[in-house]
Design a protein around this ligand. Structure first.
Ligand code: 26V
Length: 825
């Protein structure tokens, strides 16, 4: 095979001996231990500290560079940053991975084992949080001035265990023993008012002004996590706020003899940043979650304004030139009335000027069309917790309805009530998405089809009012983590074949397309996949005790558990295969391993039932000697970023099977293809754009399109039509009522059948079933021809250039942020 010379040799900032010395030094001077006594955790900690010495220098340089040039920066406000582990990523991005591996090897340590000691930073639920993490990697890599703002949760997303197949949630304790990556910045502490009342103060000659007398104050302590761009030309920060009690308040109570009361106040205050909400469930906690949102927005806005004032004094009209604030979903919407409040109540601006500034500062990303996912807060709760903000929201709304809506649709009360920030329901509610769309200068969806649906279905009237406001920025993933770091075998093959600059320019991957039919390249590609499957099989054995053959097709569905993502459709297909095997032991199929990873929101009953059913089916299938190991089902517990890093590279088949129109984008779909898996998927979210890039003929596309879904729903969908028409479907659904999978407990899996029949099958699983089964048959047929399979796998990976988060960030920078690069070197 012709190999290309690498275009760039990474020049490590340190040599092997130097790195060894740095690690040993940190063991001695940082941790008070030595190489003979230290356990792997201590080695991990010492290695992180050694890496930090390189990081902090770059961090300071970046900071000075941005301050000197008074650069425009983007502030990415997000309740979630699903970072995963940082050591291996930082080593990669500093281009010292190999040298550190060598250094540790010389000290008798394996770098991969050391990296495995790191707890995941699981400060997010799923796609939205991981996207934020990919974006801050890309922002730093591209040299853009940017800060990520979020919450320093004490407990990230819960740890998932299974007990008798059922999900049990345990607290996540990622920083129980400290975290070497974070730096506390007491010099940038902020104070956040809450509760209380608003007084209107009249001043002679000046008119009136509002004074908010808060009933409580929280202290926000910032923790900075350096974000190292690839090549280390920029190190930005992720600033996470931790809530503490305001000492002054504590001391008053304390001095009055109320030590115990003071402790209660303290622990109440600390509750605010205690735990990440599993926010994809409908009954997310109310008051605490609102306070969380306000707490982090208030700290962040104050921090942004402090920096602005340092460079620009009180030239407030310059704010939109210097500052862009991106709202990651509606969760940080409260930053809008907070900025208005500060400009008007504290800085003395008049309403029109403050409103102009706000409208030119905020942009908002929508991540879902699901109506139940659009945030609303009761007016009464707002009034209690944030009385001044409610007044401001009323005023924004009133001006919008009278000046904008009334002008466009005079006398049309229906339009007003639909577009109003206040929903006149019982109880009255504040609609956060409406406030975002009214204020933001740009609103974006996250994939082409999603952004179109935002215009046509979600906000059609807003689109009429503001025809240039709604735009698309298709999501992407960072190739540093999701290819270079997690799949070193494939990364090396790429380096050797097309040079190593694909890491920064993923479009380069298309240079492998001509090699798709090259048998030697195919063999290397498939050998790497096999090695990754061997590694995954080992993890499966360790985690679940199940033996799987690496000659089987690894068919993987990893994502949050939600009915719209349709893990239950995958389940009924598995039952179909199992039934065929039981009815005909010679049934001809390529052995298949179905792998799942998913957490269900703790209060989401059906999602938990689906996990339970899959685990019960797995028990039965994996121990059934009649089927000759042709079928295995494995549900890996505690799906998380670090597990995903093993699963994407080992997958043959990627399940992207949401009901068309419901998955805003998906980003796992991109990670799979990038690592050479073939997609079985609906024409939904980013799958559609992937099909454009790859060629739909190199994917297994099935099911109803967005238009067909709409038409079927409009016609009145009846799942029984499909149940009675397809005897195989009927028999697998009826199977769920038996005690076959839950011996002597019939009916334990019946809710799944009920949801698909009696309860109306909201997500159209039965309508798509036949087409899904056929697509799986096509997978089976293709896999028998390993060369044809390899060809398609290579065509998939080679076509992923577009789905680089660097491209997404360049799109944001040009279409929304108007941001310039300022790398330090
Ligand atoms: C929230 C809720 C809350 C109420 C119950 C149902 C439900 C379902 C989903 C959600 C999550 C909404 C926000 C979100 O995580 N969206 C994801 O964002 C990803 C990054 O843009 C995108 O790839 C996923 O398609 C999208 O689901």
């Amino acid at each position: 095979m012709a190999t290309k010379k690498t275009t760039k040799v990474a020049v490590p900032a340190v040599g092997c001996a130097e790195m060894q010395q740095a690690i040993i030094d940190r063991l001695h001077k940082g941790l008070g231990t030595d190489k003979d006594k230290a356990n792997n955790k201590a080695w991990w900690n010492a290695t992180c500290q050694a890496v930090n010495e390189l990081v902090f220098e770059k961090l300071t340089q970046t900071h000075q560079n941005h301050a000197e040039k008074d650069t425009r920066a983007v502030n990415y406000l997000s309740l979630e940053f699903l970072m995963g582990r940082l050591l291996s990523n930082n080593l990669q991005n500093l281009e010292v991975f190999d040298v550190t591996q060598e250094a540790l090897k010389g000290l008798g340590k394996d770098l991969y084992e050391i990296c495995d000691e790191e707890p995941d930073m699981a400060l997010g639920n799923g796609g939205l949080g991981r996207l934020a993490a990919c974006f801050i990697d890309s922002l730093a890599t591209l040299g853009y001035p940017a800060i990520g703002y979020g919450i320093h949760y004490e407990h990230g997303l819960f740890k998932q265990e299974f007990q008798d197949g059922r999900q049990i949630e345990r607290p996540d304790t990622w920083r129980e023993y400290g975290n070497p990556w974070e730096i506390c910045r007491p010099e940038s502490i902020q104070f956040v008012p809450l509760y209380g009342y608003v007084e209107t103060v009249y001043e002679q000659g000046k008119g009136s002004r509002k004074v908010w007398h808060a009933g409580q104050k929280l202290k926000g302590v910032p923790w900075d996590i350096p974000i190292v761009g690839y090549g280390a030309k920029t190190v930005n920060i992720l600033r996470l706020w931790e809530s503490r009690a305001h000492e002054a308040f504590d001391w008053d109570v304390f001095n009055a003899g109320g030590y115990v009361d003071a402790q209660t106040e303290k622990s109440k205050a600390e509750t605010i940043s205690k735990v990440l909400y599993p926010n994809d469930s409908t009954d997310a906690g109310k008051e605490l979650r609102l306070i969380q949102q306000y707490f982090f927005c208030a700290c962040s806005v104050k921090d942004i304004l402090r920096r602005f004032k340092r460079a620009n004094k009180e030239e407030w009209s310059l704010l939109p030139e210097k500052v862009a604030i991106q709202l990651n979903d509606t969760h940080p919407t409260i930053a809008i009335p907070e900025l208005m409040r500060i400009l008007i109540d504290e800085e003395g601006l008049e309403w029109p000027e403050a409103w102009e500034i706000c409208q030119n500062t905020f942009a908002y990303t929508n991540h879902t069309l699901l109506p139940e996912a659009l945030e609303k807060w009761s007016v009464a709760l707002f009034e209690k917790v944030l009385p001044r903000h409610l007044e401001i929201i009323y005023e924004i709304n009133s001006q919008f309805l009278t000046k904008v809506v009334e002008k466009k649709w005079p006398g049309d009360d229906a339009k007003k009530s639909k577009l109003s920030v206040i929903e006149e329901s019982q109880p009255r509610m504040v609609r956060m998405a409406n406030l975002c769309v009214i204020t933001a200068y740009k609103v974006n969806g996250v994939a082409a089809v999603h952004s179109e649906l935002v215009k046509t279905d979600l906000f059609p009237e807003f689109h009429e009012l503001f025809p240039t406001k709604l735009v698309n920025v298709t999501n992407g993933v960072t190739p540093r983590r999701w290819l270079k770091a997690c799949n070193p075998g494939l990364a090396t093959l790429l380096d050797e074949s097309i040079g190593d600059d694909w890491v920064l320019n993923l479009d380069k991957l298309k240079e492998i397309l001509p090699k798709a039919t090259d048998t030697a390249f195919q063999k290397r590609f498939m050998d790497i996949k096999k090695e990754n499957k061997v590694a995954m099989a080992k993890i499966i054995k360790e985690e679940t005790g199940v033996d799987v053959s690496v000659d089987a097709i690894f068919d993987v569905q990893i994502k949050r558990l939600h009915e719209y993502k349709r893990q239950q459709l995958n389940l009924i297909h598995i039952l179909t295969l199992y039934k065929r095997l039981l009815e005909d032991p010679d049934y001809d199929m390529v052995p298949r391993v179905f792998l799942f990873g998913a957490k269900a929101a703790p209060s989401y009953h059906m999602a938990k039932e689906i996990i339970f059913a899959l685990n019960k089916i797995a028990d039965k299938v994996n121990n059934d000697t009649r089927i000759n190991d042709k079928l295995k089902v494995v549900f890996l517990p505690n799906y998380r970023v670090s597990l995903a890093e093993h699963m994407f590279p080992a997958a043959d088949v990627s399940e992207q099977i949401s009901t068309a129109g419901l998955e805003a984008s998906g980003t796992g779909n991109m990670k799979f293809s990038l690592n050479g898996a073939l997609t079985i998927g609906t024409m939904d979210g980013a799958n559609i754009e992937m099909a454009e890039e790859i060629g739909a003929e190199h994917m297994f596309i099935f099911g109803l399109s967005v238009e067909e879904v709409k038409a079927l729903k409009a016609d009145g969908y009846n799942p029984y039509d499909y149940y009675y028409k397809n005897p195989e479907l009927k028999s697998v659904l009826d199977w769920l009522d038996s005690d076959f999978f839950t011996p002597s407990h019939p009916g334990l899996l019946s809710d799944i059948k009920r949801s698909l029949l009696e309860w109306g099958d909201e997500y159209l699983c039965l309508a798509d079933y036949e087409s899904y089964v056929n697509a799986h048959q096509a997978i089976d047929t293709l896999y028998r021809d390993q060369s044809a399979w390899a060809e398609k796998a290579i065509l998939n990976a080679g076509a992923m250039g577009k789905f680089n988060s660097d491209r997404s960030i360049e799109d944001y920078a040009t279409k929304i942020w108007n941001l310039k690069k300022f790398p330090i070197a």
